[in-house]
Design a protein around this ligand. Sequence first.
Ligand SMILES: Nc1ncnc2c1ncn2[C@@H]1O[C@H](COP(=O)(O)OP(=O)(O)O)[C@@H](O)[C@H]1O
Ligand SMILES: [Mg+2]
Length: 365
Amino acid sequence: MANLKLKDVAKTYGGTIDVLKNINLDIKQGELIVFVGPSGCGKSTLLRMIAGLEKITGGTLEIDGQLVNNVPPAQRGIAMVFQSYALYPHMTVRDNMSFALKIAKKSPEEIEKAVAKAAKILQLDDYLDRLPKALSGGQRQRVAIGRSIVRDPKVYLFDEPLSNLDAALRVATRIEIAQLKETMPDSTMIYVTHDQVEAMTLATRIVVLANKGIAQVGTPLELYERPNGEFVAQFIGSPAMNLLPGEVIATGPQTTVKMANGGVAVSDYPTLDSDMGRKVNVGVRPEDFLEVATGADFIFNGKVNITEALGEVTLLYFEKEPGASDAVIGKLPGIHSGLRGTEVKLGAVPAKVHIFADGESLLYR
Ligand SMILES: Nc1ncnc2c1ncn2[C@@H]1O[C@H](COP(=O)(O)OP(=O)(O)O)[C@@H](O)[C@H]1O
Ligand SMILES: [Mg+2]
C-alpha cells in the first residue's frame, strides 16, 4: 500500500547509451498504472529500476516519501511478476508460494495463513498439491501472482505477464487481474504491456512511453479522446487513428480545414486567428467515420480497395493517395459487403475530428 514518486528519473547504460530521461510521475496508493509503448522504449527498464533490479542513473525514486534509490530490492516492499512464470518445477503450488516466506523465516502458521489467503483470492485452493507441469498456462501465471501476494508487498509490478498465453487465455487472465485488483483496492500496481487493449481495460491511468520519455499520462479515455499528439493518437486505438493533411481556412471556437484531397473537415478544436492558413493533420478514428451522401461535405473520399467483414463492423481500406503504403481505414457498423470497388465519401461529427500541427494536438498549447 504505497505512493511512489519518480523525479527526473533517468537511465543510461555504460555511461553513454541513454534509454530513459526526465521521467516524472506520481503514483497514488490504489492506482493500477499501465506503462505502454513500442518495443524497446524502456518499459522493462523503468519497472526494474522501481524494483531495484536496475540502478537508477539519474533522479530520485521515493516510496511513501522515503528515498529508495540505494535500497536493495528485498527491502523495498515490492513484488514483481514476469512474463516467464519462473516457477520451481519440482515444487508444488503450495511450496512455490511458500518459498519466499520460508527464506524470510516466517512461522509455519503465518505461511499457511498467507498461502491459504492467496490461494482463495486466486482460486487456486484445489491445486495446491499439484506440480507446475500439471497446470495450464493461466494457472501457472496465477501461481506466480500468488507468490507475490503472500509477501503482502506495498507495490506489485507486472512485466507483460500475459504475453506467453494464447489469445483466449489472455483475455480470461486479463479479467482475473482486473478482479484481483478489485479484491485488493488499496494495493498499488504497475503493469507493463505493449497490448493497448490490456492497457485500456486495466489501467486507472496509462503512461505512454516514447522517445526516451513520457509522451502522455492520463486515464484510458483521456488518451483515447484527447491525445496530446500524433504519436499517442495513433498508439491508442485499433486500427490506428487516420491522419490526413489539410490547411486551416476558418478559425474560432470551431475550426474548418480544407483537406488536401478536396474535402472539408469541421472540428470542435478551437483555433486562433494566427492559425489561419496553417498546415495541419486532421485525425479521425476509423470508428468515427460516417458514410455521407453524395453532394454532402466529406473529409475523405476514395475507392474502397478491400473490405473486411467482422460481423458487427466492416473495415473499409482505402489508398491514402496513389501508391501510398499506409491505408485510410473506416470502420462502419454492420455489414457492407457491396462497397468494395465503389467510391465512398466519409465524414465525421465535429466532436470527433482532431487537429494536429507539427505532430502536436492543438488542444494542448
Ligand atoms: N544491459 C543493457 N545494456 C545496454 N542497453 C540495454 C540494456 N538493457 C536494455 N537495454 C536497451 O534499453 C532499451 C530499453 O529496453 P527495455 O526496457 O527492455 O524495453 P521494453 O521493455 O520497452 O521493450 C532497449 O533499447 C535495450 O536495447
Ligand atoms: Mg520489456
